[in-house]
Design a protein around this ligand. Structure first.
Ligand SMILES: O=P(O)(O)OC[C@H]1O[C@H](OP(=O)(O)OP(=O)(O)O)[C@H](O)[C@@H]1O
Ligand code: HPA
Ligand SMILES: [Mg+2]
Length: 159
């Protein structure tokens, strides 16, 4: 699949991400989880923040790769877990086409699966998410960005 399915950008700052994850935690705090399983790599950061809020110290990973930047490739599972996810909280940063989520669901059918952001195609595959984003929108995460100089408007217009 190629980049032309994305026509908009939704830029998420560290601050915004932190606030969004904390808000998601309000919906999870009453539940008692055995531990958290992060889907690498994107799920690691929300998983760490959720672990802090819910006071969970047992954290495992499912290591999986499907995208090379905006290009979706074959799905490669590099590490799984040895149970069905019963009582565990499964975390990813987002669900897009749902390809990753579908595969992880097969591995961990009993886990409670949450993402911070969800696009319509993938949304039915997760139990909970915080914010819905359009299918043609690329979510730009803070770990993929840096602070850069921006030329003053007046100088841009002169060229
Ligand atoms: O719903 P899908 O279309 O499968 O896309 C969502 C997945 O894609 C991204 O991971 P990616 O494979 O880019 O790896 P990363 O987490 O290491 O960045 C994202 O973190 C999700 O895991
Ligand atoms: O919108 C996205 N943003 C970042 N990574 C992704 N992987 C799949 N979709 C996305
Ligand atoms: Mg990922």
């Amino acid at each position: 699949m190629s980049t032309h399915r994305y026509h908009q950008h939704f830029t998420v700052s560290w601050d915004q991400l932190h606030r969004d994850v904390r808000e998601l935690c309000h919906q999870l705090v009453e539940r008692d989880f055995k531990g958290i399983i992060a889907i690498t790599r994107g799920g690691l950061i929300p998983a760490a923040l959720i672990a802090r809020e819910l006071n969970v110290r047992l954290i495992d990973t499912v290591c999986i790769k499907s995208y090379d930047h905006m290009e979706q490739g074959g799905l490669e599972v590099m590490k799984g877990v040895e149970h069905d996810g019963d009582g565990w909280l499964l975390v990813d940063d987002l669900v897009d086409t749902g390809k990753t989520a579908r595969r992880v669901r097969e591995m961990l059918p009993k886990a409670h699966f949450v993402t911070v952001y969800a696009k319509p195609e993938g949304r039915p595959l997760v139990d909970q998410y915080l914010t819905e984003v359009a299918q043609d929108c690329w979510i730009q995460f803070p770990w993929d960005m840096g602070v850069a100089y921006v030329e003053p408007l007046a100088d841009q217009i002169k060229r």
